[in-house]
Write a protein that binds this ligand. Structure first.
Ligand code: AMP
Length: 491
């Protein structure tokens, strides 16, 4: 998962881009990049957090009223700095862009671009392919006059060729800025207007929070299969280009997005509360003897508070998270890496001593985190430890942008909740039911008929995910891990 920002302002934009980037840092901590435009592109990118990459020298150098920012969480590529976004190309105009998602036919397109169009893709970053395909349309088919329709046709051309998930922001030098979402709307993208000025400012962002804090007052979703183009005289053009079944990613609400964000007219915090309410009903039916409900910070807090309220139980913050731990995989040695959870979380012993505890987390993937936490809580003196996941069992890799393990690693792949409880040493494991999970998130926007739940069901809504693509993604994940020794850069 990544985060993308694009702002078309009428004053120096770097301050807003930098601030907006900090609000999407949770979407990717592997690399950060900013590109601005005055008469040329100014770019700075590097591996690391936003605060580590941009010093005063770079901030001063990133001139212009137009900017694109990106925080990366690698899903394709080795995570090298060459793959950091934004990217730019110089032909037929200066064209720069960044995206959030994962192009599933990336290798095929890369080869096609080289063989048929003699375009060399220098990175393992899929936005470079998107930019080249977008530019190829404009170059080959451009009508005499460049109009918004030229942009929309180029987006349509991207839709025809590029498979997978992608929410993209592209700047076309001297022409304007366009934001578009893939036909299924798998990844979020929002558009904001700030009309508090004589000349309005416009922005695109992966999450509404970024537009909120940078002063955009009118905020809306870019619709799936649609594009919004702001031309260089600041006129806004909007077009629905293709219609497919809308399938936004459900995992955004469960784990990824910030609770204060609204995506597809659904507030993330409220959906976690609702997921908690629904899980509480299931827990109630199990007649467990519970003394205290404790969340695994931070994502599970909203659900855990609601569970405690519904079950009329005590809620306590029993696990304290060290916010400053940073990326544990830069520490040498495998044993240190394995200890990462222990370094990240510490129990408040008084909360656990002699108690039957219900721990709540957003999900269980491999089960390593939950197992370590349960051990930690037992060592702190807990009598019984029940573990509740407010999402359903995860069983399938995500091909649309979330680093979600290889198939064989999902603890729930061929185990029952009882077997999982035994593996992670819990007294009991309670999962949310799949249907309850979907209805819980859908409650705030019933116009969404269904979500992408591929990581829970193995059904990939784009309908074109072959076993070959799955095998290739698994190969990439294995080799990535060999390279950097860690596959969860979001830790
Ligand atoms: P584990 O079961 O040890 O693989 O880790 C599960 C925990 O990792 C959950 O509690 C989530 O909070 C977190 N998590 C879930 N999905 C991801 C992901 N794609 N990347 C990083 N962390 C994740």
């Amino acid at each position: 998962m990544c985060g993308v920002i694009g702002i078309y302002d009428n004053e120096e934009v770097i301050g807003k881009i930098y601030t907006a980037m900090l609000t999407i840092q949770h979407r990717g901590q592997d690399s950060s990049g900013i590109l601005t435009f005055d008469k040329r592109y100014h770019v700075k990118k590097g591996n690391g957090l936003v605060r580590d990459i941009f010093d005063q020298y770079n901030i001063d150098r990133l001139k212009g009223n137009i900017g694109i920012g990106h925080t990366r969480y690698p899903t394709v590529g080795e995570g090298s700095v060459e793959d950091a976004q934004p990217f730019w190309i110089g032909h037929p105009f200066g064209i720069a862009g960044a995206h959030n998602g994962n192009v599933t036919n990336f290798q095929e397109l890369k080869e096609e671009l080289l063989e048929k169009s003699h375009k060399m893709i220098n990175s393992n970053c899929d936005v470079e392919v998107i930019l080249n395909i977008f530019a190829e349309y404009i170059e080959r088919y451009q009508e005499k006059e460049f109009t918004p329709e030229t942009v929309f046709k180029a987006v349509k051309y991207v839709y025809r060729r590029v498979k997978g998930s992608y929410s993209v922001v592209i700047h076309i030098a001297g022409k304007g800025m366009v934001g578009f979402r893939d036909p299924f709307g798998l990844r979020p993208l929002l558009f904001g207007i700030n009309k508090d000025r004589l000349v309005p400012a416009y922005g695109f962002a992966s999450e509404s929070v970024s537009l909120d804090v940078t002063g955009f007052t009118e905020i809306m979703d870019v619709e799936p299969g649609s594009a919004i183009f702001i031309d260089h005289s600041r006129k806004v053009f909007q077009k629905k280009i293709t219609t497919k079944a809308f399938r936004p990613c459900i995992f955004e609400y469960i784990y990824f997005a910030r609770p204060d964000s609204y995506l597809n007219k659904i507030n993330v915090y409220n959906s976690r509360v609702e997921l908690g309410r629904r899980l509480a009903k299931k827990i109630k039916r199990q007649n467990l003897e519970i003394d205290v409900v404790v969340p695994v910070p931070d994502s599970a807090r909203a659900a855990a508070i609601e569970i405690a309220r519904v079950l009329k139980l005590k809620y306590r913050e029993g696990l304290v998270k060290n916010r400053y731990i940073g990326r544990t995989f830069i520490m040498p040695g495998d044993s240190i890496r394995k200890q990462s959870i222990r370094y990240k979380l510490n129990p408040i012993k008084d909360v656990f001593r002699g108690k039957n505890v219900l721990l709540i987390d957003d999900s269980i993937v491999r089960g390593n985190t939950s197992q370590s936490i349960i051990q930690m809580v037992r060592n702190a003196g807990a009598k019984k430890v029940y573990f509740g996941s407010y999402s359903a069992p995860l069983t399938n890799p995500c091909v649309y942008g979330i680093d979600m393990q290889t198939k064989g690693e999902f603890i729930a792949l061929d185990s029952t909740p009882e077997q999982i409880a035994a593996k992670i040493t819990a007294d009991s494991v309670i999962y949310q039911d799949l249907n309850e999970m979907e209805q819980g998130v859908r409650q705030q926007n019933k116009n969404i008929r269904s979500f992408c739940k591929a990581c829970f069901t193995g059904i990939y809504p784009t309908g074109d995910v072959s076993n070959e693509i799955l095998a290739q993604i698994e190969r990439e994940r294995y080799s990535q891990r060999k390279d950097n020794g860690n596959h969860t850069p979001n830790m």
